[in-house]
Design a protein around this ligand. Structure first.
Ligand code: GLC
Length: 523
């Protein structure tokens, strides 16, 4: 593998802007707040920031309901703030990736207001209007169809009814989104993370989805049917390649796709001749059981399925999924970091992962997320992984001077950036070490994956490149493990003192401990 582009050898850091840093005391993070924290991300060693949406929005889905693709919501600042942030990001040698939400707009977007005003409005066909609803479900619960009294038809929404889906078969609607992309590309942004890219095109005959035979009561209502006709349609790849063509009109930009699909289908999003998304998000680590055996299988399966020349990528968390330290337990957080940062290709971190942040339980009357409000109590809420970043030990953790929009974790007085900064053995320092190791040892980024194996809950794999060989040894077990391995030179350990060399080429690894060693090769 040869990494030539910044997005190939870099580490991306996702910022959920409402929760990173508030600068004006309204309890909600903003662009000036991010600006204020740029030196922190530089020190962490990441290369690019992906910021979740900050466009004008009624905030029904906290910005994923866009009312103007080319503006900044006053909650987050002004266009001047944006330009300054972009400039400062670039001044520090970082890149900026925006979140593009092309599948749906807000119901307050002028396009939809026009579309719903009359059946013969020129923008009527920009959205999906039908006389009768079919059985397609909203991902946020209930039917995906909403009756509109004014014109006596239903419109389709994959998410909230305040998020009507655009009709990607309409060339003018397409062009409007492409123009919005150009607006930001011309301003200097370095790429997009494209929201729900696999949902963008729906069946043109609006056929009903087949029932899901394994659906059980208590599961989200959207699981009642198999999403055959409203997701991952063959025509979507043409749309992705058109988006890619927009990106390719500018130098060095990246198109990342949000895609929750099984591996073979995911791989199709690299596109014919790799003309699709350069990085279809790989969510394997979010979905695989946390055992050495399951992880070994998932890593091999992904690695083997990559089309020739396709660039791998890995993710442990994002604003839609439980934080990794909660999913696998805080005691496994350091190990998860070593796993993530020793895999090939591009790595994306979610803010707070580097300090071992956990989900924050949200009391029912503090719930913000519509996913939880619509189908409460079955674990769909995403507020717990979106809580404010704890920066210091002060009462509001240095995040705001006002009332935080979501509560801080109860442990913020101890678990915060300033405290971890002072402890050279903290998880924050481990993240920095591992990110720096990817820079000093490019074999971690571009080297081939070799000898993936799992035994007794210890996962091992090697990374090889130009005669350099690293072995990664990760004990997922809750008890120490002794495994045969050459020790070589230890490049990184999850916890100092948790490993030791035994006679006869045996290594003793502590519970949930890992090592990266450089093997002595004969060359
Ligand atoms: C994506 C976003 C999620 C949002 C949904 C609808 O999955 O990541 O946060 O709610 O799309 O836009």
């Amino acid at each position: 593998m040869q990494a030539t582009a910044w997005w190939q050898h870099g580490v991306i850091y996702e910022i959920y802007p409402r929760s990173f840093q508030d600068s004006d005391g309204d309890g909600i993070g903003d662009l000036r707040g991010i600006l204020h924290r740029l030196d922190y991300v530089v020190k962490l060693g990441v290369d690019a920031l992906w910021i979740s949406p900050f466009y004008p929005s009624p905030m029904a889905d906290f910005g994923y309901d866009v009312a103007d693709y080319c503006g900044i919501d006053p909650l987050f600042g002004t266009m001047q703030d944006f330009d300054q942030l972009l400039q400062e990001i670039h001044n520090r040698g970082l890149k900026l990736i925006l979140d593009l939400v092309p599948n749906h707009t807000s119901d307050q977007h002028p396009w939809f207001l026009e579309s719903r005003s009359s059946r013969d409005n020129p923008k009527r066909d920009w959205y999906l209007w039908q006389d009768e609803p079919n059985n397609w479900q909203s991902n946020f619960g209930g039917s995906g169809w909403e009756w509109d009294d004014v014109t006596g038809q239903y419109y389709y929404h994959s998410f909230l009814k305040q998020q009507p889906d655009l009709n990607w078969r309409n060339p003018l609607a397409r062009r409007a989104i492409f123009e919005a992309m150009r607006f930001w590309l011309a301003r200097g942004v370095d790429g997009f993370r494209v929201d729900v890219i696999w949902l963008m095109i729906k069946d043109d005959q609006f056929r009903d989805n087949p029932p899901n035979p394994s659906y059980q009561t208590g599961q989200p209502s959207s699981h009642r049917f198999l999403p055959v006709f409203n997701s991952d349609r063959p025509e979507v790849h043409e749309v992705v390649s058109k988006m890619r063509a927009v990106i390719d009109d500018y130098r060095d930009r990246v198109l990342i796709g949000e895609i929750y699909l099984p591996i073979p289908k995911l791989m199709a999003y690299y596109g014919k001749d790799l003309g699709g998304s350069q990085l279809p998000f790989n969510f394997q680590l979010l979905q695989t059981a946390w055992t050495a055996e399951a992880l070994a299988r998932a890593i091999s399966e992904y690695d083997n399925a990559l089309p020739a020349g396709a660039w791998p990528n890995w993710v442990l968390g994002n604003h839609d999924n439980a934080r990794i330290a909660t999913r696998v337990g805080s005691h496994q957080a350091r190990l998860s970091a070593m796993l993530l940062l020793s895999l090939p290709g591009t790595i994306t971190l979610y803010y707070g992962e580097e300090i071992g942040m956990t989900n924050v339980p949200i009391l029912p009357d503090l719930v913000q997320d519509p996913a939880e409000k619509n189908e409460p109590g079955i674990g769909l809420g995403r507020d717990p992984e979106r809580t404010p970043m704890p920066w210091d030990s002060s009462p509001l953790a240095g995040f705001t001077t006002g009332q935080p929009w979501l509560p801080l974790g109860h442990d913020h007085a101890s678990l915060n950036v300033v405290n971890l900064e002072q402890d050279p053995e903290s998880i924050l320092h481990l993240y920095r070490t591992l990110i720096a190791l990817r820079k000093s040892h490019p074999v971690l980024v571009t080297g081939e994956l070799h000898s993936i194996a799992a035994a007794n809950n210890v996962l091992t794999y090697e990374r090889h490149e130009s005669g350099e060989q690293l072995r990664i040894i990760l004990n997922f077990g809750d008890t120490p493990a002794t495994i045969p391995s050459e020790i070589g030179e230890i490049l990184a350990a999850t916890s100092p003192g948790s490993t030791s060399e035994r006679p006869n080429k045996l290594i003793q690894l502590g519970a949930a401990a890992g090592l990266i060693v450089r093997l002595h090769t004969s060359r």
